[in-house]
Design a protein around this ligand. Structure first.
Ligand code: ADP
Ligand code: MG
Length: 656
């Protein structure tokens, strides 16, 4: 039997060091964390050959007293934890008291340190874990640690090192994360003689992001801020259009510590649902703060994994904060929150308060409110598409005093300054914009069965119809039978009418839990499906009826369709049904996601199409929704509206 022997101290230390010091990036992380724990306001680092031959960090923190220098390099020597109780409320980044011991065991390490206010500093060299003498040294207040020839005495570990460039990139990655975790500290990194990162340390997260992640990413961000009970969330999230191909720029900090968490990723991505293009991921730099006792940071040696005591609350806090940020895009930011104790820097709202600011999509009322726009009588040379049918003319607009408002029927009302408003009273969503269609088969309109309640939006007083926020856009006309051109001050907007209407339909469908209205066909329609679609349809004819299709099995892969959704055209009914059944067959693990997919189909099919002539009133409704910020992205995440400023246009013509 092989003999059992206790390892000698040196070998045991090397093994322990291997756990803490994996590569140059982990050395940098430990040194940076020490500097931040020491209260540094600026840190400056330099690496050569990926940090393997040379790695230095200088800070302006509290420094270490000369007589304490050797102690700092002992294992389990720390100034940050005294008792077991301290472990449950760790407020510093480091606490294991292992880093300096481990780093110096596998390198040549020099430390220079001078306490704040001290006359002079001291210096100590530790070679492969063996400390020399402490000697006086002239150095600035703070601490400098130089680590040379990392892993010189552990060739096995050296073999695992990647190319210098990869190690250097990993160091820069750690630097970036820590720089973003502390915008109040200036971070500077020089790699092989070249400055690769330098944050200003002005306390603004946006400045740190700009310096560390680049201009383009910084310009794609929206501010986000919210809270739920004890959990606060603050930071920046990407605008939906700036989705990236990877999750590389989803950066989360929990109580100042960079973490990786599926829970946080899921909460973020859930908030972007139906706003982001397929295959794109949102980016963020979000700081989550919660009381230390709700968090176990002591789970993983690398400390990038966290465990939350109350996952639900954390999920909700992130989800609603991001949703509110996306919903508020383009609107004026809320006034600054009341000041809180300086070290917090976060606003604490009650759950009720912030939920009120972050409506869930289902709670939104995309339709059902009055729409108002300024009425300009049509000019002889009105720039509307000549081929479009005559817009509902002035005669059709009833003066307000003559008749009670009728759902869906626009009427005029006098507005201040001798102007006129066109007011459209609310109607149930599906009646709002009927696609212009020519039905090949006559149909009988059928109201929803008596047992089903279609919610009619509550009547709102007419006085409230004059929108307080912003003047209506002037609709210049429609081009390419697809884009609505609008003008607002010195800005020009192009709106994709199909995308806008699709979004409107999708929100309306999603907000309504009841089955869709259907129309009965005079003669039933036989629709042949794919074998998978047919199977799925027979399995759930009831689900189909929720989408407005009443069907029976006709055998041989064919359904007999008796009713179709009220707002789709009979010519596209077979197509829509096919698509719907195929999607049902594909299914999705999550029923809500499956339903969303089906709603996408319905929204797309029932929306006005590009290339279709639309009447001015329809376009006006869409424009107003876009202007009011109620529509931003189509359900597939494509943009609905693009803005061109006067400057953009002048640039095109080389005037600017
Ligand atoms: P830990 O950070 O877990 O306490 P370390 O081995 O990293 O353990 O550091 C040991 C001790 O050395 C720290 O507790 C701290 O008191 C001191 N120290 C290390 N780096 C610095 C620094 N840059 N400035 C001031 N003190 C430091
Ligand atoms: Mg440490």
């Amino acid at each position: 039997m092989p003999q059992i022997k206790q390892l000698d101290r040196h070998v045991a230390e090397l093994i322990a060091a291997g756990e803490v010091v994996e590569r140059p990036a982990s050395v940098m992380k430990e040194l940076l964390e020490n500097a931040l724990d020491a209260g540094a306001t600026a840190v400056s680092a330099e690496i050569e050959k990926g940090g393997l031959t040379y790695l230095r960090l200088t800070d302006d923190g509290c420094g270490i007293a000369p007589d304490q220098l050797p102690t700092a390099f002992l294992r389990h020597a720390t100034s940050k934890v005294r008792t077991a109780d301290d472990l449950s409320a760790i407020g510093t980044l480091g606490f294991r008291g292992e880093a300096l011991a481990a780093i110096s065991a596998v390198s040549h390490t020099d430390i220079f340190s001078r306490e704040q206010g001290a006359q002079e500093g001291a210096q100590l060299t530790v070679n492969g874990g063996v400390a020399g003498e402490v000697r006086p040294a002239g150095c600035p207040e703070g601490t400098t640690i130089c680590v040379r020839d990392l892993f010189y005495n552990t060739p096995a570990r050296m073999k695992f090192m990647k190319k210098d460039s990869a190690e250097g990139a990993a160091v820069a990655g750690i630097f970036t994360h820590l720089a973003l975790s502390r915008p109040d500290v200036s971070f500077r990194l020089v790699r092989d003689g070249k400055e690769v990162l330098h944050t200003p340390g002005d306390g603004k997260l946006h400045s740190a992001v700009y310096a560390a992640l680049g201009r383009e990413f910084a310009m794609s961000l929206l501010p986000a801020r919210g809270a739920d009970s004890d959990v606060t969330v603050e930071g920046l999230v990407t605008k939906p259009l700036a989705g990236a191909a990877t999750r590389g720029k989803q950066i989360f900090f929990v109580n100042g510590r960079f973490v990786k968490s599926q829970l946080l990723t899921a909460a973020l991505e859930e908030a972007y649902k139906n706003r982001l293009m397929k295959g794109k991921f949102p980016g963020c730099v979000l700081h989550i703060k919660l009381p230390a006792h709700l968090l176990d940071a002591n789970v993983h040696p690398a400390k990038t994994v966290v465990k939350f005591a109350d996952e639900r609350t954390v999920f909700h806090a992130v989800y609603y904060t991001v949703m509110a940020a996306l919903d508020g895009e383009g609107k004026a930011q809320a006034p600054a929150p009341p000041a809180l104790p300086a070290q917090e820097g976060f606003r604490t709202m009650t759950a009720a308060e912030y939920k009120a600011t972050a409506p869930k999509p289902a709670e939104k009322k995309p339709l059902g409110s009055y729409t108002v726009r300024e009425y300009t009588p049509p000019q002889p040379a009105a720039p509307m598409t000549p081929a479009s049918p005559a817009p509902r003319k002035q005669e059709a607009l009833l003066p307000i005093h003559d008749v009670a408002p009728e759902p869906g029927k626009p009427f005029t009302a006098p507005a201040p300054g001798g102007k006129t408003y066109i007011i459209t009273p609310p109607v149930p969503p599906e009646e709002k914009i009927a696609p212009v269609t020519e039905n090949p088969t006559p149909m009988v309109e059928k109201a929803a069965p008596a047992t089903e309640k279609i919610p009619v939006p509550a009547e709102e007083p007419v006085q409230e119809t004059i929108l307080p926020d912003g003047a209506p856009w002037r609709i210049v006309g429609e081009v390419l039978k697809t884009y609505i051109v609008c003008e607002d001050g010195s800005d020009v907007y192009l709106i994709d009418k199909h995308a806008a209407h699709e979004r409107l339909r999708f929100d309306a469908l999603k907000a309504r839990q009841e089955p869709l209205m259907s129309q009965t066909l005079l003669s039933p329609l036989a629709v042949t499906l794919t074998p998978e679609g047919y199977d799925a349809a027979l399995n759930d004819l009831e689900e189909l009826s929720h989408f407005g299709f009443t069907c029976e099995d006709f055998g041989d892969g064919t359904l007999l369709v008796r009713e179709i959704p009220a707002d789709i055209d009979i010519a596209s009914a077979a197509d829509t049904l096919n698509e719907l059944c195929d999607k049902m067959a594909l299914g999705a693990a999550d029923p809500a996601a499956a339903r969303d997919t089906l709603l996408h189909t319905m929204a797309c099919k029932s929306a006005i199409k590009a290339g279709m002539t639309s009447d001015e009133t329809e376009l006006a409704v869409l424009v107003e929704k876009v202007r009011a910020g109620q529509i931003r992205y189509c359900p597939h995440g494509r943009p609905v509206c693009q803005k061109m400023t006067r400057y953009d246009i002048e640039k095109m013509f080389k005037r600017a």
